[in-house]
Design a protein around this ligand. Structure first.
Ligand SMILES: Nc1nc2c(ncn2[C@@H]2O[C@H](COP(=O)(O)OP(=O)(O)OP(=O)(O)O)[C@@H](O)[C@H]2O)c(=O)[nH]1
Ligand SMILES: [Mg+2]
Length: 289
């Protein structure tokens, strides 16, 4: 039997809904989603296999002008995913659509095969949707898929487009795999997402999670030991909170979600550590990416 397999890159601005779309296609929460922009930092693979088709979906950070080393590495993640891609989904938040910006980002992908995904159409009215559609039709010849990842509207069309654009190729992953990242990665992402949700301004962007220990023992709960790395002593105090109330909340919420993800019970120990200016420390970042 012929098989079809290839890399599909989810590309777009921060907050466009790339990770939400990946999760919806996969049918479970693989990539963290947050209403704050710049949620995704690393390239995440979701492997979707149906019969003789395998789509390797890459969720990447939103496209930005890098201002510090961490962001430069995030842009590198995007560029490597784009160059590997057989097909690109250019994802747009329809409520935030802007023609000039659309054209500027299109330049990064216009040598590749792509489709335009107009996400969050639940946030605009029909007249606006038609207006955007007309404008896009004047700029590109590619397929345009209006959808709402949140409600699931038109996700089936998107899936069909993805499978139709896979090149003929042997499978790259075995058909049971759903991702390339180890469980440890998802544990750190869940903890980071709770910090993103609980704190404002700089804190979420100053945090890195280092899962130092992840022990699976027979007849015992998994033991997870993770460091929350921040850039300054003052941030450490905020993360710990009055009488430890914030770190306790982070721990409780994360443990619950980790257990949901792993489908088994865990013991989670969190420590807050300061590593000054880690976001600009090239050597440290290299060890993370
Ligand atoms: N109303 C509405 N909101 C959506 C839809 N899809 C995603 N969102 C919301 O948009 C926000 C951003 O979603 P993400 O999936 O994290 O966006 P992203 O493109 O991965 O963002 P980065 O990782 O920061 O680049 C979240 O609050 C989502 O719940 C949609 O179809 N409709
Ligand atoms: Mg994301």
């Amino acid at each position: 039997m012929k098989t079809f397999c290839g890399y599909i890159c989810l590309f777009g601005k921060p907050n466009a809904g790339k990770s939400t779309i990946l999760n919806s296609l996969m049918g479970f929460k693989l990539s963290i989603v947050n209403r704050k922009a710049q949620t995704t930092r690393n390239k995440i693979l979701g492997i979707l296999t149906e019969e003789n088709h395998q789509a390797v979906l890459t969720d990447v950070p939103g496209i930005i002008e890098p201002k510090y080393e961490l962001q430069s590495l995030m842009v590198k993640e995007i560029k490597s995913a784009l160059s590997d891609a057989d097909f690109i989904l250019y994802i747009i938040d329809s409520a935030e659509y802007n023609k000039d910006e659309f054209i500027a980002n299109l330049k990064l992908i216009d040598d590749k095969k792509y489709a335009i995904v107009l996400n969050k159409i639940d946030e605009i009215n029909n007249e606006r949707l038609i207006e955007i559609g007309k404008e896009l039709n004047e700029i590109v010849k590619s397929e345009i898929i209006p959808l709402s990842a949140k409600s699931g509207f038109n996700m089936d069309t998107l899936k069909k487009t993805i499978f139709e654009n896979l090149p003929e190729s042997p499978f790259l992953y075995d058909s049971e795999s759903t991702t390339d990242k180890p469980e440890k990665f998802f544990v750190s992402e869940i903890i980071r997402n709770n910090i993103l949700s609980l704190f404002q301004e700089e804190i979420p962007y100053s945090v890195h999670i280092d899962v130092r220990e992840f022990k699976e023992e027979e007849n015992k709960k998994d033991f997870i030991n993770a460091d929350i790395i921040v850039e300054r002593e003052s941030q450490k105090i905020i993360i710990i909170g009055r009488g430890g109330n914030m770190i306790k909340k982070i721990g409780q919420n994360s443990r619950r979600q980790i257990e949901e993800f792993l489908e088994r019970e865990v013991v989670l120990k969190l420590f807050v550590k300061v590593k000054s200016d880690w976001r600009r420390d090239e050597r440290y970042l290299k060890s993370l990416f």
